[in-house]
Design a protein around this ligand. Structure first.
Ligand code: MN
Length: 253
């Protein structure tokens, strides 16, 4: 049987399962909020064009508005100033959109401390895949029904997990991974505005021609290694990122 024939047979008999890692996209999808002196991203919204009515008797369709970085989305290298001369989201090679993933589980640590930071010591003995994703599982997607609990902000700013600055630098510069996937609103921790450098995951990953994937869900349904991820951002020409449908192929034995 051909490789693709074998894959289709495995999908048909359930020995390969597709796990949807994508959060639903709606007006309720949480979006990041920056301090008021900065520009703000738009929430997702539909504008109805017609719905089997005078505006279009047999068809229903919408326009939509959204920020590029809304819901489950892909950060392209040009999203950050450190990668400003690197690929926009439409220029990311399609070959890099299908890749293996390693999933590390920090759910227990994050349940104790929402500001938990992954350190190099947590990762240095893990075989990180060449050209693959590092997915950080935190359980945070359970909060995605609510902007308030998802952003988890108080008077000192948001409290959400992420990577320490040194860990972000190490992942970007000293490992062969393609990018970092997280359950939170962005790849950086809630407190990362105060880190040196600020927002180190963005700064180091984008500057190293690597990618981010955010607001992933169902990471608890992935094995630690062995999943193959298909990440499909919209090819917005010159765009800095885009909402993405992210699917994982998982072998069930
Ligand atoms: Mn983003």
């Amino acid at each position: 049987m051909s490789v693709l024939g074998g894959l289709l047979a495995a999908l048909a008999d359930g020995s390969v399962e597709i796990v949807d890692l994508t959060s639903p996209l709606s007006a309720q999808t949480p979006v990041i909020q920056l301090p008021p002196e900065f520009g703000q991203t738009a929430s997702f919204a539909l504008q109805e064009i017609s719905r089997y009515d005078d505006r279009g008797p047999a068809w229903y369709w919408n326009n939509f508005t959204t920020g590029e970085h809304t819901g489950t989305h892909f950060d392209a290298p040009n999203h950050w100033v450190t990668g400003k001369d690197l690929d926009d989201v439409a220029s990311v090679p399609a070959r890099r959109l299908i890749a293996p993933a390693v999933v590390l589980d920090f759910t227990a640590e994050v349940a104790e401390d929402p500001d938990f930071l992954v350190e190099v010591e947590h990762l240095k003995d893990v075989p990180l895949p060449e050209g693959g994703w590092l997915f950080v599982r935190t359980g945070w997607s359970a909060r995605s029904h609510s902007q308030e609990t998802f952003l988890n902000a108080d008077e000192n700013g948001p409290h959400t997990p992420g990577l320490s600055p040194e860990c972000a630098r190490w992942v970007a510069q000293d490992t062969p991974v393609l990018g970092l996937g997280v359950e939170t609103v962005g790849t950086d921790a809630g407190k990362a505005h105060s880190f040196d450098p600020p927002f180190p995951c963005h700064s180091y990953l984008m500057g190293s021609d690597k990618y981010g994937l955010t607001q992933l869900q169902n990471l608890d349904r992935l094995p630690p290694t062995g999943a193959v991820v298909i990440a499909g951002p919209l090819p917005i020409v010159s765009g800095s990122g885009a909402p993405a449908r992210v699917l994982a192929l998982v072998e069930r034995r």
